[in-house]
Ligand binder design. Structure first.
Ligand code: CA2
Length: 148
């Protein structure tokens, strides 16, 4: 059985599609999940969202034990959480940091990610289709590396 790809989403992303459509679009997180599952095909996916830092850290620990890769949109924790950075440092596989918006085009407070130094790659500004790009990239990485 293939190890699952973990797709983790941080605070407020459960409200996606309901506010600020000019920045985040009108796609809901449930729709993003469906897009990810379709892009993953028969590869298993654990798609999660939490507003609580400790819960996200617990899921990263789970991924360390069981996951093939992590796609993470840490949302506001991107800029504040050394604890998430430390947890991600322990993950041995590929990590894609993902943002729906292009954080670098936005206000100064969104410019410095604490997570990027441990990310294999960063995707920002592609909107919800960034998740699909990340899932496809993970599949290509897994194929290039061969079976675990
Ligand atoms: O662009 C992204 O994906 C972000 O990670 C979203 C975070 C923001 O703090 C990051 O800088 C960039 C904010 C998520 C807020 O979630 C919303 C949900 C519904 C409507 C508006 C915002």
């Amino acid at each position: 059985m293939a190890k699952p790809l973990y797709i983790l989403n941080g605070p407020n992303l459960n409200r996606l599609g309901t506010r600020e459509p000019e920045i985040y679009g009108r796609t809901t997180l449930a729709e993003v999940e469906a897009m990810c599952r379709e892009a993953a095909g028969n590869r298993p996916v654990e798609f999660r969202q939490s507003n609580a830092e400790h819960e996200i850290i617990g899921w990263i620990h789970e991924a360390i034990d069981e996951g093939s890769g992590i796609i993470i949109n840490p949302a506001a924790f991107t800029f504040t959480s050394i604890a998430i950075l430390d947890a991600l440092k322990m993950f041995p596989g590929p990590i894609i940091e993902l943002h729906i918006s292009n954080i670098h085009r936005r206000e100064e407070i969104y410019h410095h990610s604490l997570v990027s130094p441990v990310a294999t790659a960063v995707i920002a500004g592609l909107g919800p289709r960034g998740y699909v790009a990340a899932v496809r990239a993970m599949a290509e990485i897994a194929e290039a590396e061969g079976p675990p």
